[in-house]
Write a protein that binds this ligand. Structure first.
Ligand code: SAH
Ligand code: SF4
Ligand code: F3S
Length: 485
């Protein structure tokens, strides 16, 4: 990450009449400067500033990547807007389940009709879906109007690709098979002034048999702790109070660093940064969750009382076929250990229903774990076959109807237990970070508790970004209504 002033200083050094530098990030600074010139030209021609819109699909990792794209577009001089009417639309895609892909194709159909009416309009595609060769083929064949396609490993090259796009009338496709490095020091535009995600690692080495992420995000790479701590320190200086450390499996952070460091040790360092009041992280793989991490959470004043611990299935047989490397009993024992050391923690999870070979008996195991683990919330997904993953070759034996029935049953169990769980907090006093005004006329705001639950309470815009104490007076199922105390 680089701030605006330092970027300006770096841009001043760039000479557009010379060839672009070979080293990064200087090369991209050169192209940011060049993009500014292109945007200035466009502004003069149109008599207005060109607009841009970044549309994000998928997880927090993609959301963070979109902030990087937006930061670059802002520095290039675009006016950002929420609507896909914009002159430049960037879709940052996800391919974790097929419905994520279908949504992107739907948006492309829609944006094509707009492009026919606006000759200035450009459309760019990036993100996980673009790392799949079959997707690229399909776009090249059926969506010829797309101007630029790039992937997850060369997102830092966006300024250069943007310039290439504006100077060419052909579709530009630049996809890398893997990341050769982590490029630091590019601009970022944050969605919220008071909270921010921070990548601590990229990629994933776990190869759960159903999952496409290791193929589209590449091998696991940890950022150096100095870079992470420096970034968080800078964010704190800008008024950020809450950070979310991001990785597909944060519990294996640091293993491949020159000087290895555990995730718990990294958290202890983040804890020391003045101004940071809350620390969150996503996601934890149960197989790598250490006692050191549980103790660090227990002893911390800042780490939030929330742990997202994806279960996927409660059946040891299915877990094995999923290559998750823990058992039903192992998961339950871990949960009990966490509750015994951190009684006020809130556990949430992800569950997949309909994995190849899953029977009623497996689903009963999943339901048993849901009841016993007492989740405050669970995201339940229908299994989606991803080409190229080991599970894609496994046979699905259950019928569509059976799978839907199982899904409904799991969902109902999740909702019933979550409702019971959440009710335990009614009447408690807790601290909430106010995130947004939710109703001007009723003067209500929305805040988030340490355990990630939502609470609405009276207040106005002056509270946004502040941590306030609230009494949770009324439980509305999955959220609370409260009053300030
Ligand atoms: N790294 C994270 C998960 C990232 S994907 C972890 O392991 O915890 C987010 C969730 O999507 C997963 O937890 C899983 O529940 C779900 N998911 C992944 N691949 C899927 C597939 N092929 N079908 C259905 N759900 C899937
Ligand atoms: Fe996918 Fe498993 Fe990696 Fe999570 S840990 S991203 S589910 S392979
Ligand atoms: Fe989707 Fe890529 Fe995240 S596939 S879930 S956006 S890592």
């Amino acid at each position: 990450m680089i701030d605006h002033e330092n970027l300006e200083r770096s841009l001043e050094r760039m000479d557009l009449s010379a060839a672009p530098p070979e080293t990064e990030p200087d090369r991209q600074y050169y192209f940011i400067k060049k993009a500014r010139a292109l945007v200035a030209e466009q502004t003069a021609r149109l008599g207005r500033t060109p607009t841009c819109c970044v549309v994000t699909f998928g997880c927090q990792m993609n959301a963070r990547d979109s902030e990087k794209l937006s930061g670059i577009l802002r520095e290039a001089g675009f006016q950002s807007m929420e609507s896909e009417e914009a002159d430049l639309v960037v879709y940052n895609t996800c391919t974790v389940r097929d419905n994520a892909n279908q949504r992107v194709y739907g948006r492309l159909g829609f944006v094509h009709s707009m492009k026919k009416k606006n000759p200035e309009k450009h459309v760019a595609l990036c993100g996980c879906m673009m790392q799949e060769p079959s997707v690229i083929e399909k776009i090249q064949k059926s969506y010829r109007f797309v101007d630029l396609i790039f992937g997850t490993h060369n997102i830092f090259k966006f300024p250069e690709l943007l310039c290439n796009m504006y100077e060419s009338d052909r579709m530009i496709v630049d996809i890398w098979g893997q990341a050769d490095r982590i490029v630091e020091d590019l601009p970022v535009e944050r969605k919220y002034p008071f909270k921010s995600g921070i990548n601590i690692m990229f990629g994933c080495d776990n190869f759960c048999s159903y999952c496409i992420v290791p193929y589209v995000r590449g091998r696991e790479r940890s950022r150096r702790p100095e870079e992470i701590l420096e970034e968080i320190g800078r964010l704190a200086g800008e008024g950020v109070k809450e950070v979310m450390l991001l990785g597909q499996n944060v519990n294996s952070y640091g293993k491949n660093l020159e000087r290895p460091l555990t995730f718990a040790q990294l958290l202890q360092e983040v804890e020391k940064i003045p101004g940071i009041e809350r620390i969150r992280f996503m996601t934890s793989h149960p197989k790598d969750l250490s006692d050191e991490l549980i103790e660090t959470m227990r002893d911390s004043q800042k780490i939030c009382r929330h742990l997202h611990l994806p279960l996927q299935s409660g059946s040891t047989r299915i877990l094995q076929a999923m290559n998750r490397r823990y058992t039903k009993e192992g998961y339950l024992a871990l949960v009990e250990k966490i509750y015994s050391k951190i009684p006020d923690i809130s556990l949430t999870t992800d569950i997949i229903v309909g994995f190849p070979g899953e029977t009623k008996r497996d689903v009963e195991d999943t339901i048993d774990v849901i009841r016993r683990a007492r989740f405050d919330n669970a995201f339940t997904f229908l299994y989606s076959r991803r080409t190229g993953t080991p599970a894609a070759a496994m046979e699905i034996t259950a019928s569509k109807e059976e799978i839907q029935e199982n899904f409904d049953l799991v969902l109902k169990t999740v909702q019933d237990t979550a409702r019971e769980q959440v009710a335990r907090l009614t009447g408690q006093r807790q601290y909430a970070l106010t995130e947004e005004v939710n109703n001007q006329t009723l003067r209500m705001v929305t805040g988030r508790l340490s355990n990630n639950m939502i609470v609405h309470y009276p207040g106005d815009a002056s509270l946004v970004g502040k941590i306030v104490e609230v009494e949770l007076t009324e439980n509305r199922g999955f959220y609370f209504v409260g009053r300030r105390v």
